[in-house]
Design a protein around this ligand. Structure first.
Ligand code: GLC
Length: 567
């Protein structure tokens, strides 16, 4: 063979293999399905300080997550979203980042992270990073440089403004975490803006250097294999350049500040330019997803987050359906129908729990019905046509544990706002693995937050053993969601739309097969005769208690739910 011939031959072979792979319709469809994994995903949120403590210092870490991957696999999750693990002074427990390309030593090392990625990939679990784009820590080198003078190369990387003539802040904007959103710095004789704590200065997203620096951060983590990002506080990226005062509404917030209509600091139209850029960046790597922390008022606003041409976020969170905070059937149904029908065929991402709000076990508490309510919420979350977010511990029915005294509070919101605002410690207590000391979370006695007092009964080990436990209910639902064609891909159809007590819908595939889901949102038993089901019987796939469906008739116990294949 002449020199070069072998190279040319290998090259042709590579091209033909590649084109077969790329243009083979079966492979192409599989790749497409794989890249769209997020459309039907169950994504499990991990607060790393509280999930598993491998090194025994009382604080969870990356190795503690790796150690529990088999549990997550068994539960059936497709991806884990880990809240920030980057170096941070931890004023906001990681949401104040001082280095976007490293791991905080409290959580481990980059080698630990790489091992987590490898072990997760082996189990077909994707890893989603939490990206805080709106602000950095005040200890980030960018901010340290920016505040040093008005003329340094990063002088314009944050939002600096002169105060009023009397030394007062530039305007009336209020921080989400209490009091003025402006902080004075004498090296510049100026104020900087912070939507959250003063230790979290807002970046200036109008500056293209800031944008490009952040886009490179995303590329860095995608090259490490992360499957996408949960974009923190993403609706806050821009503020009114004219700095107009925000209109004051009635009452005060939990910190005693006047309430504002946040029209100049939240959800400005410029956010969409950045979302489109971000999407282009993540689209450079196949199969990545952008999730948004999007607290919005209605489905129309949510629809905008996907982009007019579906070129923005794939999964902006719907934080409406799961946050009604009471069993108001009409309102819940309306929010569900809106999310399923008014977002241009996109996928809603539902959540009932996260690290910023009291757990649903508290928000939907119905004295004496805790177990039924937890199963009802599982059904409401996992059976519509959606992607679903679970928060660690939700699957075993973990509850909130409020700090009793101000001295015990860890979350600065609780320190600033005590006693009206007790902070978010209650929903961040250590994961309850078993009935051993510290609930199997840590080998040390002093965990960063105390373990919930109910850990002897509410824990993974004992619920694993009990076939009727909430944990096994979650597992069955998640399995069913994957194995049942109607739940996997069936269209969403509301049924019995005027029932004041029971939320019912069907999932129907083009072959005419359907699955019925009915959820009793009241504390009374409800008998149903669903018109659409007349003469049909149903094979119960999952229900919170035994029941039978004959001729479209059945009854549900208080807060009961059923998922049935119709025949
Ligand atoms: C988001 C996070 C929250 C954090 C805040 C500031 O709302 O979920 O935990 O405190 O942003 O980064």
């Amino acid at each position: 063979m002449r020199p070069g011939t072998l190279r040319r031959w290998l090259c042709r072979l590579a091209i033909s293999t590649l084109s077969t792979l790329l243009f083979n319709p079966i492979t192409a469809r599989a790749a497409d399905a794989d890249n769209n994994w997020w459309k039907t995903a169950v994504i499990y949120e991990i607060y790393p300080r509280s999930f598993g403590d491998a090194n025994g210092d009382g604080i969870g870490d990356i190795n503690g997550i790796t150690a529990h991957l088999d549990y997550l696999k068994d539960l059936g999750v497709d991806a884990i979203w880990i809240t920030p693990f980057f170096p941070s002074p931890l004023v906001d427990f990681g949401y104040d980042i001082s280095d976007y390309r490293a791991i905080d030593p409290q959580f481990g090392t980059m080698a630990d992270f790489d091992r987590l990625m490898a072990e997760a990939t082996k189990r077909n679990i994707r890893v989603i990073a939490d990206m805080v784009l709106n602000h950095t820590s005040d200890q980030h080198p960018w901010f340290i440089e920016s505040k040093s003078s008005r003329t340094n190369p990063k002088a314009d990387w944050f939002l600096w403004r002169d105060g009023k003539a009397n030394g007062q802040p530039p305007n009336n904007w209020i921080s989400i975490f209490g009091h003025s959103a402006w902080q004075y710095v004498d090296t510049r004789n100026q104020f900087y803006y912070h939507a959250f704590y003063k230790e979290q200065p807002d970046l200036n997203w109008g500056n293209s250097d800031v944008r490009n620096a952040m886009y490179d951060v995303l590329r860095f983590w995608m090259q490490k294999g992360v499957a996408g990002f949960r974009l923190d506080a993403v609706t806050h990226l821009f503020e009114d350049p004219a700095l107009r005062d925000e209109p004051t509404t009635s009452g005060t917030n939990k910190f005693g500040d006047p309430n504002h209509d946040t029209i100049y600091t939240d959800n400005l139209p410029q956010v969409h330019d950045v979302l489109r850029d971000l999407r282009k960046v993540t689209d450079e790597y196949p199969g990545r997803v952008l999730i948004g922390e999007t607290y919005l008022n209605n489905a129309n606003d949510l629809a905008l987050m996907y982009g007019k041409n579906n070129d923005e976020l794939q999964l902006p969170m719907d934080l409406q359906y799961g946050f009604v905070n009471s069993f108001d059937t009409a309102k819940t149904r309306q929010l569900l129908v809106d999310a399923e029908t008014k977002i241009n065929g996109n996928t809603p991402l539902f959540a009932f729990d996260n690290h910023d709000n009291p757990r649903s076990t508290e928000r939907y508490d119905q004295k004496g019905h805790a177990d039924a309510v937890a199963r009802l919420i599982a059904t409401m979350l996992l059976t519509p046509k959606d992607s679903a977010l679970l928060y660690y511990g939700q699957e075993i029915g973990m509850t909130d544990h409020l700090p009793r005294r101000k001295e015990d509070v860890q979350d600065p919101i609780g320190k600033i706002g005590w006693p009206r605002e007790k902070g978010r410690d209650a929903e961040r207590t250590p994961m309850q693995w078993n009935a051993d000391n510290q609930a199997g979370f840590s080998s040390t006695k002093k965990t960063w937050l105390p373990v919930g007092s109910d850990y002897k009964t509410v824990n993974v080990a004992s619920e694993n053993k009990d076939p009727n436990s909430l944990l096994n209910f979650y597992k069955k639902l998640i399995q069913l969601r994957k194995s049942n064609a109607q739940l996997r891909e069936g269209e969403f159809v509301i049924v019995d739309p005027n029932n004041p007590s029971v939320l019912s819908f069907m999932r129907r595939t083009p072959d005419g097969k359907s699955v019925l889901v009915s959820c009793n949102l009241t504390a009374n038993a409800q008998s149903l005769a669903i018109e659409e089901l007349a003469n049909k019987s149903g094979e119960v796939l999952i229900s919170s208690s035994p029941l039978q469906i004959a001729s479209g008739q059945f009854s549900l116990p208080p807060f009961g739910s059923v998922v049935a294949q119709l025949q």
